[in-house]
Design a protein around this ligand. Structure first.
Ligand code: C5P
Length: 224
């Protein structure tokens, strides 16, 4: 019989962008499509896991056999993760969470009123991955993602350590075949080494997001 490497495990995944409302008709968001997180959710299901996917607004359909929780804002995503994190054996945060939100969401549409410039006041959102890193127990495995446009290894190493991840998957937005809205990815994978200054770093070849999902999950199950 085929072996299911994640059988019996609860896997929690975040995916997609967040939307931060400005007024009843406008919001701040980013280019995330959710493809990577959805691919991981489908793969984890196929490897036998019990999968919960906390998803921001995307145009992908909900994968069969996966418990999908739809959220809009970073704070909604944080609430959904906080409710489910302690039951998760393996948590993978692939969402592109908005770092900032408007300080206030006004109740009426913002009018031009003849203005040429307007000021937007933003405040920082909770860092969900950092929260999970602070609260995880010794038997929980935590994987973060990072998208960088410069100093990929140094920035990713800092995130791995500061967010207490078991593994961090970093992609460089400027590498062909990596990033948003493409079906492939080129990643650098970091794991804690002997000291925080010396993580274990692997450069993986370009591959499809589904194959990458399988490689990531195989790597994470080997850490358990
Ligand atoms: O610090 P940075 O945003 O680059 O970190 C990226 C990682 O942190 C991703 O795994 C992302 O899902 C997670 N993250 C989060 N909450 C935030 C910001 C990022 O969970 N507010």
């Amino acid at each position: 019989a085929e072996t299911l490497p994640l059988r019996g495990l609860h896997v929690l995944i975040t995916a997609g962008p967040t939307q931060e409302p400005l007024d009843p008709v406008r919001y701040l968001t980013n280019h995330s499509t959710g493809k990577m997180g959805y691919a991981i959710a489908e793969q984890a299901r196929d490897m036998g896991a019990d999968v919960t996917l906390v998803s921001g607004p995307v145009s992908l359909s909900a994968p069969h056999g996966v418990d999908v929780i739809h959220v809009t804002t970073a704070r909604n995503m944080f609430d959904a993760v906080q409710e489910r994190f302690m039951q998760a054996d393996l948590t993978i945060m692939a969402a592109a969470v908005g770092d900032f939100r408007p300080v206030e969401q006004v109740q009426e549409k913002i009018k031009k009123n003849g203005r040429v410039n307007i000021d937007l006041h933003l405040t920082s959102n909770p860092d969900i991955l950092a929260w999970a890193g602070e609260h995880k127990t010794a038997d929980q495995t935590l994987c973060g993602f990072a998208m960088e446009t410069q100093d990929l290894e140094a920035n990713a190493a800092k995130k791995l350590a500061s967010k207490h991840c078991s593994m961090l998957v970093a992609n460089n937005l400027n590498t062909p075949g990596a990033g948003f809205a493409v079906d492939t990815n080129v990643v650098t994978v970091l794991k804690p080494g002997a000291t925080p200054d010396e993580p274990i770093i692997e450069h993986w070849n370009k591959m499809g997001k589904q194959e990458l999902a399988e490689r990531i999950l195989t790597e994470l199950s080997a850490l358990r």
